[in-house]
Design a binder for this molecule. Structure first.
Ligand code: CA
Length: 410
């Protein structure tokens, strides 16, 4: 199997997704180079005999595979590595090979899992500190509970959309500082949040995707007290189409930052529990697109520095007896580094809008404008091995008319 050099999807990756096949149904596939290997067609041709239940491969989502558990995941990964190895498996070679493959560039991807519950954490110390400084300028930036447990909230699974889905600017209630009473209208402080998220399977974490937790800062700032995020974040959350498995990520494990104070015993989970995932955010405006300028990088960071690890997030989420199900999504929260070019949201990059970014087109941005497209990238690189996550894109569409008129101010 020929893999273009620098591809996000070499043989060592083999991430899973769901694409819309020619028959109009969702097919489970695995990304290899710039193509997709169609697992449903492969299973129907008998190429996955003795690797799980054939019916699992004809589902329109990855849920049956997530539910099958780690033993099947390992067996499937081995089988796929054999089938897709450089010279190809003899079985595959003797068949009409083309029908098992689809070009990624022409494939329409779907959210790969029917996501049951969605939790969004707040695991980056730098991000929590930056927001604390902005929202509570005269107090300690981190609240007293932050270093004792992973803080999070339950998000809205029904608003999770796949890469490249347009995101309409939300309308809502907000209260400008100068106004005596709140107003209704389209958000004027639309933001992205650079995150990664893991999906649970039976008895283990299955894999990781890129997550953009779109946020309307003006709606959020007015509504969040005392119960936390609500409509300012529930209108859209974009995920990347390929789930990179924990097996593929294993070579990129790193030690998380030292935790001080030492957490309570149920959160003491030693080991190299973080992942060295490089992350980048690119922005392209309508004007940049018109002038053929291409997108520009506005932030670069790494997930290896997250204070709270996946295992700690999971341990905390189930510590009250809540049942975690296969297909639940746990997002990290915005990932920011300590330097200004490493912040994972506009509100941090422009410091609450007070320091707008100047783009190559001469335009300035405090928050996102209609037509702006945000692209998240993620990749791991170590000792000559590189795997990637593909992209997680979303373009801002003008506000829809909701609950009256988008332009109505009250
Ligand atoms: Ca978030």
């Amino acid at each position: 199997m020929a893999i273009p050099s620098g591809s996000d999807f070499p043989l060592e990756n083999l991430p899973y997704g769901v694409f819309e096949a020619r028959d109009g149904r969702g097919h489970i596939g695995v990304a290899i180079g710039d193509r997709i290997f169609d697992l449903r067609t492969a299973a129907e041709a008998g190429l996955l005999e003795n690797v799980g239940d054939r019916a699992s491969y004809s589902a329109g989502s990855l849920n049956p595979i997530l539910e099958a558990g780690p033993e099947l995941w390992r067996a499937l990964r081995e089988r796929l590595a054999d089938l897709l190895a450089r010279d190809g498996d003899p079985v595959l070679r003797n068949l009409n090979v083309a029908r098992f493959f689809v070009d990624q560039c022409s494939a329409r991807m779907r959210v790969p899992v029917e996501i049951g519950d969605y939790i969004d954490f707040y695991s980056s110390e730098q991000h929590a500190t930056n927001l604390g400084k902005m929202f509570r300028p005269n107090a300690e930036p981190l609240l007293p509970n932050w270093k004792w447990m992973p803080i999070g909230y339950h998000g809205r699974a029904g608003s999770i959309v796949i890469d490249a889905t347009p995101v309409s600017r939300p309308c809502g209630q907000r209260k400008p500082a100068s106004a005596a009473i709140p107003v209704w209208g389209a958000s004027t402080m639309l933001d992205f949040e650079l995150e990664i998220g893991f999906l649970t399977g039976r008895a283990a974490i299955f894999g990781v995707v890129l997550v953009n937790d779109w946020s309307a800062r003006d709606i959020q700032a007015w509504e969040y007290q005392p119960l936390g995020p609500f409509l300012g974040k529930s209108f859209a959350t974009t995920v990347s189409p390929w789930i990179v498995t924990m097996d593929a990520l294993a070579p990129f494990r790193v030690a998380p930052p030292e935790q001080d104070p030492q957490p309570l015993s149920y959160l003491r989970i030693p080991g190299d529990a973080n992942y060295d995932i490089n992350l980048e955010v690119k922005l392209e405006t309508e004007e940049m697109r018109r002038r053929g300028m291409g997108p520009i990088g506005i932030a670069r960071t790494n997930a290896g520095g997250l204070y709270w690890t996946f295992e700690q997030q999971l341990a905390h989420a189930r510590s009250n007896g809540a049942k975690i199900r296969p297909g639940d999504l746990f997002a990290s929260g915005t990932i920011s580094g300590s330097a200004s070019g490493s912040y994972g949201s506009m509100i941090e990059l422009t410091w609450g809008g007070s320091k707008p970014i100047t783009l190559p087109s001469g335009e300035r941005r405090s928050f996102l404008e209609d037509g702006d497209e945000v692209t998240l990238h993620g990749w791991c690189e170590r000792r000559g091995l590189r795997i990637g996550f593909g992209v997680c894109r979303g373009r801002v569409a003008p506000a829809q008319i909701c609950a009256g008129s988008a332009t109505q101010e009250r």
